[in-house]
Write a protein that binds this ligand. Structure first.
Ligand code: ZN
Length: 158
């Protein structure tokens, strides 16, 4: 009988990361001079998220997120800011698509480099919570698409 190798419990690890970001959200301080910002609401859960960003040299120079709602939506917003801070715009867009695939499709390569974002992968099993997790990302997607358009952006999951 071979020695049992402990298998990391990804669900527990994920929960720990999610709660940490929910309790101590990163990059929450509003930007003094945001170039773009967007707001998202998820009426089914009551989540609200605002994402602000400024750009320089083709990169996300500064990003901040504020909001209220469930732990999944708020942790996802916090994780988002860490994931795209300083990234090239194309990278940020690619991360957004990869993360969406992680939560909505089975085809995501397990080696996709999502870092702590992978903590939210367990959410894919709960379609109602997927909306919570994707809310800040939908706002980010709109901001990246329309960053030359200074109109206020409002995103709703409904
Ligand atoms: Zn929610």
């Amino acid at each position: 009988m071979s020695a049992a190798v402990p298998t990391p419990d990804l669900d527990d690890l994920g929960r720990e990361i999610i709660l940490d970001h929910y309790r101590r959200p990163r990059n929450r301080t509003p930007l003094a001079a945001a170039e773009v910002e967007g707001e998202g609401v998820n009426p089914g859960c009551g989540d609200e998220v605002r994402v602000q960003a400024s750009f320089a040299d083709g990169r996300v120079a500064e990003i901040a997120a504020q909001g209220k709602g469930c732990s999944i939506s708020q942790a996802s917003a916090s994780l988002l800011t860490e994931a795209v801070q300083g990234r090239r715009l194309a990278e940020a867009a690619r991360t957004t698509r990869t993360f969406e695939r992680l939560l909505t499709e089975d085809g995501t390569p397990p080696d996709a480099d999502l870092g702590d974002l992978a903590a939210l992968r367990g959410v894919a099993k709960f379609p109602l919570r997927v909306k919570c997790a994707l809310l800040p990302w939908k706002v980010l997607g709109e901001i990246l698409n329309q960053r030359d358009d200074k109109h206020p952006i409002i995103v709703s999951t409904e």
